[in-house]
Ligand binder design. Structure first.
Ligand code: FES
Length: 192
């Protein structure tokens, strides 16, 4: 019964019965579809690339990530509390580029040292949600656009983040947040 009702409602909705509504509704549907596609791509990449699903991936409070399989220059996406978390093994060049920036040059001033763990500077861990309107930036797949600063690029409105996840250009107001996490060993972190 419920299914029949729902499909009937859908088919009515597809007839554009209200001249004032269709354009707005179609735009919303388009936006929802685009968001789902982007998020879906991120999840698929994390499954293919990480190959090390965390033991407690279903737990809401924390997620362990084995860093050993992540090669230098490679980034993966894991899910924590429903959010995409970017984990990147930075190259020496990426680390140096991040450290060489003067915070005074930045819209959201922060040293690289304040965004990574001392002694583990090669690991960058970020909440992968653009601080503009919440898209998931590109930058984890090898072929992804990463912007002029070589970090992350948000295709929605062109925000560019550097190799420390700091906003450098575009409408995003603040840096990609660093989620709470800790090293359990040199090759394992616990997020949350
Ligand atoms: S949501 Fe990222 S630039 Fe607008």
């Amino acid at each position: 019964m419920a299914d029949t009702t729902a499909s009937t409602a859908d088919s009515h909705g597809g007839h554009h019965g209200h001249p004032a509504d269709p354009s707005k509704r179609d735009l919303l549907e388009l936006m929802a579809g685009a968001g789902a596609a982007i998020f879906g791509a991120g999840i698929a990449w994390s499954v293919v690339s990480s190959m090390n699903p965390a033991k407690d991936v279903l737990a809401l409070s924390s997620v362990e990530v084995d860093l050993a399989p992540i090669q230098e220059g490679q980034g993966i996406v894991v899910s924590w509390q429903g959010k995409p978390i970017f984990v990147r093994h930075r190259t020496k060049e990426e680390i140096k580029a991040a450290q060489d920036v003067k915070p005074s040059e930045l819209n959201d001033p922060a040293t690289d040292a304040s965004r990574v763990k001392a002694g583990h500077e090669k690991w960058l861990v970020l909440t992968g949600i653009c601080t503009h309107l919440g898209c998931i930036p590109l930058g984890n797949k090898p072929a992804d656009l990463r912007g002029e600063w070589g970090g992350y690029f948000c295709p929605c409105h062109g925000s560019q983040y550097d190799t420390s996840g700091r906003i450098r250009k575009g409408p995003a107001p603040t840096n990609l947040p660093v989620p709470p996490y800790a090293f359990e060993s040199d090759s394992k972190i616990k997020i949350g």
